[in-house]
Design a protein around this ligand. Structure first.
Ligand code: ACO
Ligand code: KIV
Length: 556
């Protein structure tokens, strides 16, 4: 068994809709659709182990918290557990006043009756009935011609209308899905739906939902949009119908298909959190909602703590969310690569609170969905100075000057190449400490004395040189110049920076110095101390020791 050299003998291409004056390509989504979660039905029916009642309730409560107002809670005629779950929601008062539950049934009399039984006492409910309409399903599943399939739908719609009339205390909404809509002849899909509408007789004040599923995704998303636009133009009573989308992700374009379907005129979207569902899943409601959010439109769903939502979904579905999943994956707000890190770090520096978000490579501010900036930059062998600098700045308040960033990134690069692993902020700090701050050989600064008079500094330092105590003295216009004057070797100061770390009584000074010894290669040193002069002297000794180490020379 292998791939066919000519797959056209086995697979048919999709036949496009002829709609040359299509309008959807030049539209933009400006309105939030009605969201309906199908997690507890379509999502649940696809799980290895369907949720138990406790998990279903937990999931339901999470959906309510997030702000979903229509929730397909069960297929009550499928099992006693699903039936009982609907009863629990109604009898134990779990359904908030602004939330409507929805249930699914096949277009079969006994199943519809059982469905209505499950809904006794509900304040409001959507009864969702479906039957497949595509040619292969008419032939393979129902062994019916077109009229036979219309009759299945009409009979079900009629029974639903009658049963609803017998439970007048419930505010009913009816929903019909021509299952496999995407593979159904459009004229026939409209014919079946119109037949159902003739039974339900909706009005603009009492609309029905026509849900047009990409039960199996069979074409590029533009074709789905064409199908939706064509349907919206041709269905009767358009003003009394909410056109609903229900996409799956077989070709990996469920989100795109839904977005284009909205452009094409749909009003409502069914899907599941993080895209759980049959096969490759239902469309991901979270991605759709946050795609709107990053266009500046509040989706009316709240993912301010997206990780808490993910935790519930993962625990209930017993399926992990992929680390690259849009918005929520563990790695989706993380940059490992050097140029990305550099741009992100610069973006953070320039991003002002309350202004338009412009941090490069981050389509959303992770803080808006409850993510910290900690994971935004992680360092491995693909990383550059930007990332290293960012981690030292954010985690330790250490701001390396630019030229030292370049030098230290090579030290880190050597280490990541050697280890072949990611380096955490702590490991990078330890490397900085080892390489610069602990550099105490051959010269170890024991103590110093500084006197200042009439703008001249006199420095006297006690130094341990290869185990032997030495005293160096120098004069200069400032402490650093004085110390340099007292050194036994010729040292040129190329660059110097200082800043404080922290504030108040715990504040420390960080000093960075770049020197050249005997005309050699410039090298940096770092010193950190409560006292700025001590930090500066330490930085100079750090640089001297690194220079000595690099040249392999013995101290004088
Ligand atoms: C795309 C979707 O996700 S649709 C939703 C699918 N979800 C589920 O099916 C989950 C819950 N379903 C179930 O547990 C079961 O299907 C039940 C309990 C509802 C029904 O089980 P069964 O009575 O054993 O029937 P089964 O599901 O095998 O259906 C087969 C019969 O129903 C018919 N049928 C299937 N779907 C429909 C439909 N939507 N409307 C009317 N008849 C249908 C088939 O033609 C077949 O009829 P036949 O026996 O005369 O050949
Ligand atoms: C019942 C319908 C809407 C369905 O789940 C599908 O077609 O995927």
């Amino acid at each position: 068994m292998s791939m066919l050299t000519d797959p056209s003998i086995k697979y048919r291409p999709f036949e496009p809709v002829d709609i040359p004056d299509r309008q959807w390509p030049s539209r933009t989504i400006t309105e939030v659709p009605i969201w309906c979660s199908s997690d507890l039905r379509d999502g649940n029916q696809s799980l290895i182990e369907p949720m138990d009642p406790a998990k279903k309730l937990r999931f339901f409560q999470t959906l309510v918290q997030v702000g979903v107002k229509q929730i397909e809670v069960a297929f009550p005629s499928a099992s006693q557990m699903d039936f009982d779950f609907v009863r629990t929601l109604i009898e134990d008062g779990h359904i908030p006043d602004d939330v409507t539950i929805q249930v699914l049934t096949q277009a079969r009399g006994d199943l519809i009756e059982r469905t209505f039984e499950s809904l006794r006492g509900a304040k409001r409910a959507i009864v969702h009935v479906y039957n497949a309409t595509a040619p292969s399903f008419r032939r393979i599943v129902f062994n019916q011609d077109k009229q036979g399939v219309v009759d299945i739908a009409v009979n079900a719609a009629t029974l639903i209308r009658e049963l609803a009339a017998k439970q007048p205390d419930t505010e009913w909404t009816f929903q019909y899905s021509p299952e496999i809509f995407t593979s159904t002849e459009l004229e026939f899909a409209v014919q079946v739906c119109d037949a159902v509408l003739d039974v339900w007789k909706p009005t603009p004040d009492n609309k029905v939902i026509l849900n047009l599923p990409a039960t199996v995704e069979v074409a590029t998303p533009n074709h789905y949009a064409d199908q939706i636009e064509w349907f919206c133009r041709h269905v009767s009573r358009r003003d009394s119908v909410l056109v609903s989308l229900h996409t799956h992700n077989d070709r990996g374009t469920g989100v795109a298909a839904t977005e284009l379907g909205l452009l094409a005129g749909a009003d409502r979207v069914e899907g599941c959190l993080f895209g759980n569902g049959e096969r490759t899943g239902n469309v991901d409601l979270v991605t759709l909602a946050l795609n709107l959010y990053t266009q500046g439109i509040h989706p009316q769903l709240d993912f301010s703590d997206i990780d808490a939502v993910r935790k519930v979904v993962e625990e209930c579905n017993q399926l992990p969310v992929h680390p690259r999943h849009p918005y929520v994956g563990d790695l989706v707000h993380t940059a490992f690569s050097g140029s990305h890190q550099d741009a992100i770090r610069k973006g953070f520096v320039q991003q002002k609170p309350g202004t338009v978000w412009e941090v490069p490579y981050l389509p959303i501010d992770p803080a808006d969905i409850g993510r910290s900036y900690e994971a935004v930059i992680r360092v491995n062998s693909q990383s550059g100075k930007g990332g290293i600098t960012y981690l030292l700045e954010t985690e330790y308040g250490i701001s390396l000057p630019r030229r030292m960033q370049i030098e230290f990134s090579q030290v880190v690069q050597g280490e990541t190449d050697r280890l072949g692993l990611e380096m955490t902020a702590k490991q990078i700090h330890e490397l900085l400490d080892r390489e610069y701050l602990q550099a105490a050989s051959p010269y170890a600064l024991i103590r110093h004395r500084l006197q200042e008079e009439n703008g001249t500094s006199a420095v006297d330092v006690e130094v341990l040189v290869n185990g032997e105590t030495q005293h160096w003295r120098g004069l200069g216009k400032g402490p650093l110049e004085a110390l340099v004057a007292g050194l036994p070797t010729a040292v040129e100061i190329m660059d110097y920076h200082e800043h404080s770390i922290g504030s108040g009584t715990n504040a420390k000074a960080a000093a960075y110095i770049e020197i050249r010894v005997d005309g050699g290669r410039p090298l940096h040193g770092v010193g950190i101390d409560e006292n700025l002069t001590t930090a500066t002297f330490r930085a100079l000794f750090s640089a001297l020791n690194r220079a000595a180490r690099q040249s392999g020379q013995q101290a004088a």
